[in-house]
Design a protein around this ligand. Sequence first.
Ligand code: FAD
Length: 501
Amino acid sequence: GMPPFSPAIVIGTGYGAAVTALRLGEAGIPTLMLEMGQLWNTPGADGNIFCSMLRPDERSMWFKRRTEAPLASFLWLDLANRDIRPHAGVLDRVHHGDMSVFLGRGVGGGSLVNGAMAVTPRRDYFAEVLPEVDADEMYGTYFPRANAELGVNEVDRDWFESCRSYAYARLSRKHAEKAGFTTAFVPSVYDFGHLEREEAQEVPRSALASEVIYGNNHGKLSLDKTYLAAALGTGNVTIQTLQEVRDITRQQDGSYTLSVRELNPDGGVLAVRQISTRHLFLGAGSVGSTELLLRARETGRLPDLDEQVGQGWGTNGNVMLGRANHMWDTTGTLQSGMPALGIDNWDDPVHPVFAEIAPMPAGLETWASLYLAITKNPERGHFTYDATTDSARLHWAESQGQPSIDAAKALFDRINRANSTIYRTDLFGDTRAFENRFTYHPLGGAVLGKATDLYGRVNGYRNLYVTDGALIPGSTGVNPFVTITALAERNIERVLAEDFA
Ligand code: FAD
């Protein structure tokens, strides 16, 4: 018989997907969201929805036998990671040769696991990255709209200067300033008021209880509390979980039929079903949406997709490093898991860097300062389709990360020299000082104006759209979710006005 039909389907529930579903729902269009991860609203036996980073369990990672935290070691000991039962946990680490990509899985996508840093990119750099997008409109309308809907807030400056939670950030600021660099406060979707009450022990601790990458039990405005709650509130949006979209085919009447796996949260596929739609929005993230399109093109299901699908992928120049502090320079044992400060050296003509001052919330004094540097790395990777595994394969060589290391090294060599300090070489599993074999910020694969038109309409097919980080050509100079959100706001406004008449 005929598969069930929904007028609009959105794949995924991350930033691009959530924006799109809200605006479709507000316009009165019945919309179904299909999410491969779980809905995170039910406490486990310990009373918490999410587990902490210090005691990870099966809720932590997406079908792994052992956790794969970004800091592999401390004094070369594998302290951070634990054996776990494979389960549909909230954080995935997808391995592609020399590069692995951290991804959120669940209702809210990356918003469940990220550091909540909500940074609007510099206008001059945004205009450089996406020159065909009207920057006046973005900075006048869509960035403000995204910031308001996401609930972006800033830390109270007086509290910041005197609290325990950001002693580690004040120390890194002191070291940066000694070398002549300036720092900038970083807005957040973590409620800084809640954080103040956490430090005062008036509310349960989350950012102060080493909760970040495996989810926050309190304090964070993840998408399930903002855009997705508003989308459901329209009465026109439905979310179905543990639904992994695999294949997209186009029917003669122009509708799309999806083949969807219903996943068992403890492993395996319960069923495969079909569902059809008129308007199909891909919000499965840079890696997920690119893979869906690439598979559709290479298996002949959507043969007219652009050659640009799979191209233009980047890491946002991510590179992580630690510095060893002197005995008298303590970071403190209480560290907010949510960063609030960054070293802003983006104006450097040779090596622009925006380095967030990251916590190392181990619950003990580590004498280490940690950083996630965002650099301007011109290298790009691309995806090919591997028929034997029916999956997309990322091509990115470790050497392509070298420009990120060079930029970060230029900055932190100067900070080390000014403070007579050295790099930590015990953090990343071997003796390297710079870790560039993973990214938190995958961007590109179906780039705006290349694989799609200037509003995310996929070239070659009507009523097929990309809404997420796949649209951004590999770099945005800051943490990316505000850019993804604002661009999705811009695109869906145009699509609703023109394609639903
Ligand atoms: P995503 O948020 O990745 O959402 C995609 C969703 O689609 C996921 O829920 C996924 O499960 C689902 N999906 C994928 N494939 C399928 C399929 N085939 N079928 C059904 N569902 C599917 N950014 C910032 O701006 N600030 C930060 O502080 C920050 N910190 C980060 C920390 C970590 C640990 C990580 C991993 C990321 C961080 N990021 C941060 C990055 C940010 O979270 C991502 O850029 C953002 O989530 C990407 O949004 P998106 O809409 O492209 O897709």
